[in-house]
Design a protein around this ligand. Structure first.
Ligand SMILES: NC(=O)c1ccc[n+]([C@@H]2O[C@H](COP(=O)([O-])OP(=O)(O)OC[C@H]3O[C@@H](n4cnc5c(N)ncnc54)[C@H](OP(=O)(O)O)[C@@H]3O)[C@@H](O)[C@H]2O)c1
Length: 268
């Protein structure tokens, strides 16, 4: 049994685990010997990820098909996992919508709020309580660099990622007294199906550059238990330093807005 699995086992629960960063979290956690509860809304993709992990690792896997936007998703999740002991929660599932705030339907904004902020809050409250009782465990919130300051054209997404970051920081301080490690990972552009869907020309040069899902997750897991937040990728760390320390908040918002206009052609 690895030190990691002693601290964060026996089961890790990863949301949005069928693909992208979630599937990579699942793979790297399997490498540490953790059993996995994999939650996702996509049945086919989840089946494939489960089969591939079952082939490669000698661990137990419980796939759960679930919509985290459902107002009452927790009882369904608990019914599916019974009394499996979750030692690590990875709040990874997230969605976004690119466009003028007023042109994106309100229903879409509300789904972003539910999946990116409400669901992580509910899961952290439930599983964090059990971890505090056992006096060990970990919770990871997958935030985003767009949560560092208001990012136009993804305003609600950016607001939910700020929610995740700030909640995570507060829990880091509160729960470490109970030996529960909480970490926000502030992700820049990472090469995943979700990122590719929004960036159909992945070879276009951007700064900071896109980094792999593998590096993003490895740097995140390395930071767990060491600090309240991490920014995977050296150039993402530099961009974060510029955005949060060197530039005024006003300048940071304006520059991020210009980048979004250039990238997505959303200026009028
Ligand atoms: N990739 C990046 O550049 C980047 C940058 C900053 C932050 N992040 C954050 O990192 C996390 C993972 O991103 P990713 O790029 O790996 O995403 P992804 O490639 O789109 O994969 C996310 C997975 O979560 C699933 N999911 C979405 N809504 C769900 C719901 N209501 N219930 C259950 N599962 C649901 C998705 O299904 P569907 O395909 O049906 O949506 C998909 O299988 C997100 O929180 C994202 O905001 C990513």
């Amino acid at each position: 049994m690895s030190t990691f699995s002693k601290k964060y086992g026996p089961w890790a629960l990863v949301t949005g685990a069928a693909m992208g960063l979630g599937a990579e979290f699942a793979r790297q956690l399997a490498g540490f010997g953790l059993d996995l509860i994999l939650v996702d809304i996509q049945p086919e993709a989840l089946k494939k990820t489960t089969e591939s992990l079952t082939r490669d690792f000698n661990i137990n896997i419980r796939p759960v098909i679930l919509d985290l936007a459902g107002q009452d998703f927790l009882p369904s999740l608990l019914a599916a996992i019974g009394n499996l002991e979750v030692g690590l929660l990875v709040n990874n599932a997230g969605i976004s919508a690119i466009g003028h705030f007023l042109d994106v339907p309100l229903e879409k904004h509300l789904s972003i709020l539910d999946i990116n902020a409400r669901a992580p809050l509910i899961l952290a409250h439930h599983f964090g309580g059990l971890m505090r009782g056992r006096k060990h465990g970990g919770i990871i919130f997958v935030s985003s660099m767009s949560g560092l300051a208001g990012t136009s054209y993804v305003g609600e997404y950016s607001a939910t990622k700020a929610h995740d970051l700030v909640l995570s920081e507060a829990l880091w301080q509160e729960l470490r007294l109970s030996n529960v490690d909480v970490l926000a990972t502030i992700v820049g552009a990472a090469d995943t199906p979700g990122w590719r869907a929004e960036n159909p020309n992945p070879d276009t040069k951007t700064w900071p550059p896109v980094i792999s899902a593998e590096d993003t997750v490895r740097e995140t897991l390395t930071a767990l238990g060491k600090k309240p937040s991490v920014v995977p990728g050296a150039q993402n760390r530099l961009a974060t330093f510029l955005t949060t320390r060197l530039l005024s908040r006003k300048a940071a918002i304006e520059i991020m807005g210009k980048v979004m206009e250039k990238r997505y052609g959303t200026d009028e």
